[in-house]
Design a protein around this ligand. Sequence first.
Ligand SMILES: Nc1ncnc2c1ncn2[C@@H]1O[C@H](COP(=O)(O)OP(=O)(O)OP(=O)(O)O)[C@@H](O)[C@H]1O
Ligand SMILES: [Mg+2]
Length: 337
Amino acid sequence: MVTLDLIGSSPKFRALMTEMERVAPVDSAVLIQGETGTGKEVIARAIHEASPRRNQRFVALNCAAIPSALLESELFGHDRGAFTGACTQTKGRFQMADGGTLFLDEIGDMPLELQPKLLRALQEREFERLGSAQTIRVDVRVVAATNQDLEQLVAKKLFRADLFYRLNVIPLSLPPLRERVQDIPLLTEFFVAKFAARLNKRIDSIPDEVMGVLKAHDWPGNIRELQNFVERAVLFSPGPALRLPLDLTQTMTQTVTQRSESAARTLADADREHILETLKQTDWLIGGQDGAANRLGLPRTTLIYKMRKLGIEIRRSSRSRALRQSPDERCRAAVNC
Ligand SMILES: Nc1ncnc2c1ncn2[C@@H]1O[C@H](COP(=O)(O)OP(=O)(O)OP(=O)(O)O)[C@@H](O)[C@H]1O
Ligand SMILES: [Mg+2]
């Protein structure tokens, strides 16, 4: 059975759990789609844990975080001398995951030129290491995830249709948190208990008005955003009742109003708005404890990557130039949108 902390009781969450346990035992590829922070990686791990492969490895690779020139070697490995600097023979993630599950995160960022080799590895379960003619056979179950609309990428010829169909054997769509508001109280209680224990604080009640604010917000950053928000609320609560910092409550109320005006936004628009909002809150600080990356629960490099991908231009602000000697300076960016 699944042993991960997967919290929820809404009909959408329960339907997802039923679907997840139905697909876990088979070896077919799974494609998980959903907005940022909806739990794609936790579901991928849960599928592995609920599968007969649970005693073998779960190997994850974020296709967006590796430069495309290195991705082939990361996936398939390389032989000694395959390229400058390849001093030893190295196993790729496919081989590491042999017998287990390979999680290909942000699959929409897989470079087109690598896609035929990936397709062959999925279909024939065989590939060659870079610089080697020896064919390696593996038994790997692939679970892929993306917050991009892959069908749209296929239509724009940015993603191969044959690879899309090969990955999309079992599609799983994760609902955004605003479509499962019923789960907010349970998730909040879970995160309050988790962070109170971690921060060594005693919080034993969540006032109704606090829960009301949390339920009214539409959480564009989904569960990750709720989690980070609760962490800060626990930190700032002076007594045993959970209290929301005033400035954050105001920001949330404004965001709800703004968001209800743009119901027809795309997933990318939602990500973009959320990142911009967070950058504004942190005065464009990206890295460090108080930076936007930390608030969004993302590594700094991933946030910078996402900003570039979403067309959020990063440039030095006059303020950052003034701070040139400061260690924070490298992380401070002005956003021109
Ligand atoms: N059902 C859940 N119960 C408890 N915690 C959850 C649940 N779903 C997600 N989380 C938590 O929310 C955070 C975000 O989850 P995850 O990293 O899986 O999202 P994601 O969809 O992969 O996001 P991204 O697209 O940004 O990579 C994690 O800290 C995870 O533990
Ligand atoms: Mg993820």
